[in-house]
Design a protein around this ligand. Structure first.
Ligand code: FAD
Length: 283
């Protein structure tokens, strides 16, 4: 039944990470709440009925963006708007700032967080595709301490991740890069990616990752192998030859009322060409 109201729940507002982890460790259906832009709509539709929410939104120190060695460390509570506006992100990893800028609308960007987006693992979300292409590391913390999970291993299915019960995403670490781009076909109502392709070109290797088409971001490994880093941006034929290999990675494409699986796979090939060209031009 559609209702505008969530089912009853207990609300906790911890002021430290340890307190939040302690509350989550008590078990039951207790969930963290960050920006609330995915969880609250689901609760209103009664697609989620957690017994308790642990609002991590006021825990100090979780929204920082800083340089750590040759990486950027972005706190889980950094909003999409703050990632988009960050001088550090714009300078060291422009593709991530541009991705944040293209999420949803202004309200969503002002409230939604990078940690919430990664933990929610919506197949149409933008960050999962881009952080996978960047070879990022997701930092998580639970009652047993901190661990790091490669983005490659983090997204395990539709709305499913490698997070264990009671664990929080605390940060994501990415190595900066110039030669990179993310191009998506926006759903006209929400901005979510009907299909999106991220291309990251580093001297040692290329990464081409498709999101929105299957349950998790997928690396198009055959296309990656075919990608020669030295391709000139104008070499349309070479770019098309690489993009042709993208659909081979996409089995089990998602279909919904907006787009069939077949259409999504077609979009992935088209968007891969655009993303490759943009990544080469960004160098
Ligand atoms: P919440 O809604 O608070 O939480 C989402 C889930 O993650 C919950 O299960 C929660 O328990 C869990 N969670 C939250 N934080 C953590 C954490 N640190 N550790 C562990 N678990 C955690 N997204 C896009 O990528 N592209 C779009 O174009 C886009 N358009 C949107 C348009 C609309 C109208 C709306 C409402 C949303 C849109 N979104 C889009 C989603 C938006 O980016 C969400 O904000 C984001 O997916 C979830 O972040 P949040 O901070 O709001 O998380």
């Amino acid at each position: 039944m559609y209702t505008q109201r969530p089912a009853e729940f207990t609300y906790h507002r911890p002021t430290s990470l340890d307190e939040a982890i302690g509350l989550l460790a008590k078990g039951g259906d207790t969930r963290p709440l960050a920006g609330g832009h995915s969880l609250l709509p689901m609760m209103k539709l009664r697609l989620a009925e957690p017994a308790a929410l642990v609002d991590i939104g006021r825990i100090p120190g979780l929204d920082g963006i800083e340089v750590e060695g040759d990486e950027l460390r972005i706190g889980a509570l950094a909003t999409h708007a703050s990632v988009a506006a960050s001088e550090l992100v714009r300078e060291k990893c422009r593709v991530l700032a541009a991705t944040a800028e293209g999420i949803g609308d202004r309200q969503v960007r002002n409230r939604g967080t990078i940690g919430g987006s990664l933990a929610h693992a919506d197949p149409g979300a933008d960050y999962p595709t881009v952080v996978t292409a960047l070879g990022a590391t997701v930092v998580v913390r639970g009652a047993d301490g901190e661990r790091e999970v490669l983005a490659d291993d983090f997204f395990t299915g539709v709305f499913t991740t490698a997070l264990r019960q009671g664990e929080l995403v605390t940060a994501v670490r990415v190595r900066g890069v110039e030669s990179a781009a993310y191009v998506k076909h926006r759903h006209p109502a929400s901005g979510y990616a009907v299909a999106g392709v991220a291309v990251v070109l580093r001297p040692e290797a290329a990464r081409i990752v498709v999101g929105g088409v299957t349950g998790t971001p997928v690396r198009a490994t055959k296309a990656e192998q075919a990608m020669e880093i030295g391709i000139a941006p104008v070499d349309e034929a070479a770019i098309a030859a690489v993009a042709e290999k993208v659909p081979a990675a996409l089995s089990g494409a998602l279909s919904d009322t907006y787009a069939s699986g077949e259409y999504r796979v077609h979009l992935a090939e088209v968007l891969a060409k655009r993303a490759m060209k943009a990544a080469l031009e960004a160098a």
